[in-house]
Design a protein around this ligand. Structure first.
Ligand SMILES: [Zn+2]
Length: 50
C-alpha cells in the first residue's frame, strides 16, 4: 500500500516534490531538508496530502 504525498516548503509554502511511502512502515509525518528552487536554498519540507 503506497500513498502519494507532496513535500511542501515551510518557508514559501510551495509544493516542490511529490513522493510516495508505505504507510504501514512509516506512519509518522515526513520532514526533510530539501532544495527549494523558489527560495533557492535548502529549506525544511513537510509532508502534505496530494
Ligand atoms: Zn521555498
Amino acid at each position: 500500500m503506497q500513498t502519494i504525498f507532496n513535500m511542501e516548503c515551510q518557508e514559501c509554502k510551495r509544493r516542490n516534490y511529490t513522493s510516495t511511502k508505505n504507510k504501514s512502515k512509516h506512519s509518522e509525518r515526513v520532514e526533510l531538508a530539501k532544495y527549494c528552487k523558489h527560495c533557492r536554498r535548502h529549506t525544511k519540507h513537510k509532508e502534505v496530502k496530494a
